[in-house]
Design a protein around this ligand. Structure first.
Ligand SMILES: *[C@@H]1O[C@H](CO)[C@@H](O)[C@H](O)[C@H]1NC(C)=O
Ligand SMILES: *[C@@H]1O[C@H](CO)[C@@H](O)[C@H](O)[C@H]1NC(C)=O
Length: 414
């Protein structure tokens, strides 16, 4: 008897869901949005299987396209620059204010608001660890990574956000909401909560209510794809006076080469790629890097957090290149790519400029930053040429193309 009652109860529920689905398809998008907001905020049905069914029904065709197009790199950032936000929350931890934007299809992205103009260089007396994070550096780093053919930076796009409509009115975070104010110049400002720079003096102000920022695609949820964080062997000391071991020991690389996971596989060569990437954009803040745990030690590395790049165009920070000059190792694919980008017809600065023009917030980098990259590319090639002269081509350049080509019979994929 009770089994029969249970079954008819479930049938009733399923009918209800069906009716709900049909009505939400038919009703206005505003109602649809309301439903979704309610569903995500309602703690009672969170994690229930019905929530999964209902939310699935609530996806419009367009949303599903966007969701499935997530892997499509061309389409994805494009969609990001126009899709509306469902909710906005502050990211906890971290020294500077970052917002987690949730889209209507439950996709998420990290928003870093603009803190300074593109012309402002890092002040000479600033330490690299106290510099502001730059939204345009995040965008430019994504493009640079693709031009270098590393593909280790998740998609990032620029976005002009209406602070009232798209942040203040959609956040459910009272702490964030309370920090909004109108400045003496009649601009909308806010500052949120974080451990540095979150005060009225460091407020982020719009013009009058629009603010620029970068939107970086989230990697899969940690529950689905665990990541491992690795300490960069050439990490800086993050201390005003102390030096790191690599700064005082010229044979430091020999030690690293014998330490797992750098003693086998491609990890050391991946670190060399990362070194070149960071030197080209002048990023001194690479204290850690990440990998997906599932793939073990034999995997690619992920370059997150590039906001401290492109701080100075008038200075080339040679200490960033130390891992390369100490180890004298490079992948052949990387070496060939760098040589190509040094040619007049494929000049790095020209490719970067062309690529960055596709971003909504173009121009992303001012010309001196583009020119600095060409100059730094020549410095990298010079270091490699010196290595080859000293140790011989085959001891410096690792032929990754040959090995991968033989194994898979296709072009190398990294
Ligand atoms: C931003 O949104 C507010 C509220 O919806 C609106 O009044 C204002 O005109 C918008 N600003 C711009 C520049 O579109
Ligand atoms: C992966 O690297 C770590 C060192 O960081 C090492 O302890 C571990 O044994 C390695 N795993 C394998 C399977 O080689």
């Amino acid at each position: 008897e009770s089994a029969g009652t249970g079954r008819s109860f479930i049938m009733l529920l399923l009918w209800l869901i069906l009716v709900l689905c049909v009505t939400t398809y038919l009703l206005a998008p505003e109602y649809n949005l309301f439903m979704r907001t309610w569903l995500t905020s309602s703690a009672i049905i969170k994690n229930s299987v019905f929530l999964a069914i209902i939310t699935h029904c609530l996806f419009t065709v367009d949303d599903v396209d966007a969701y499935e197009g997530k892997q499509n790199e061309v389409y994805f950032p494009d969609k990001f620059s126009v899709t509306l936000f469902l909710s906005v929350a502050m990211k906890s931890g971290g020294t500077q204010l970052k917002l987690i934007m949730t889209f209507q299809n439950y996709g998420q992205a990290l928003f870093k608001p603009m803190k300074q103009t593109r012309e402002q260089e890092t002040p000479p007396d600033f330490f690299y660890f106290s510099d502001f994070e730059r939204h345009n550096a995040e965008i430019a780093a994504y493009h640079l990574d693709r031009i270098l053919d590393f593909r280790r930076v998740p998609p990032v796009t620029g976005r002009l956000v209406n602070m009232t409509k798209e942040i203040r009115d959609v956040t459910r975070d009272k702490k964030l909401w309370r920090t909004f104010f109108i400045s003496p110049a009649n601009n909308i400002c806010f500052y949120g909560e974080c451990s540095y720079y979150c005060s009225t003096e460091h407020a982020l102000c719009g013009k009058p209510d629009q603010i620029e920022g970068s939107l970086a695609a989230f990697l899969p949820d940690l529950a689905l794809a665990k990541r491992r964080t690795w300490r960069n062997p050439w990490r800086r000391s993050y201390h005003k006076r102390k030096k790191a071991e690599w700064e005082v020991d010229p044979d430091y690389c020999e030690e690293v080469k014998q330490t797992p996971p750098y003693d086998s596989g491609t990890r050391l060569l991946d670190i060399m790629d990362m070194t070149i990437f960071d030197f080209l954009m002048g990023n001194m803040d690479r204290h850690h890097y990440e990998t997906f745990e599932k793939f073990g030690n034999e995997t690619f590395i992920i370059h997150l957090d590039n906001g401290r790049g492109f701080g100075k165009h008038s200075h080339d920070e040679l200490s960033i290149l130390v891992p390369l000059s100490q180890c004298c190792r490079v992948k052949r694919s990387t070496h060939l790519r760098l040589q190509l980008l040094a040619k007049e017809e494929f000049r790095l600065s020209a490719l970067m400029e062309e690529s960055l023009q596709t971003d909504t917030l173009s121009p992303i980098l001012i010309r001196p930053h583009l020119e600095a990259m060409d100059r730094r590319l020549h410095l990298v090639l010079q270091v490699l040429a010196d290595c080859i002269e000293k140790e011989g081509y085959s001891n410096v350049v690792e032929d990754d193309l040959l090995v991968e080509g033989l194994n898979t019979g296709t072009a190398p994929q990294r």
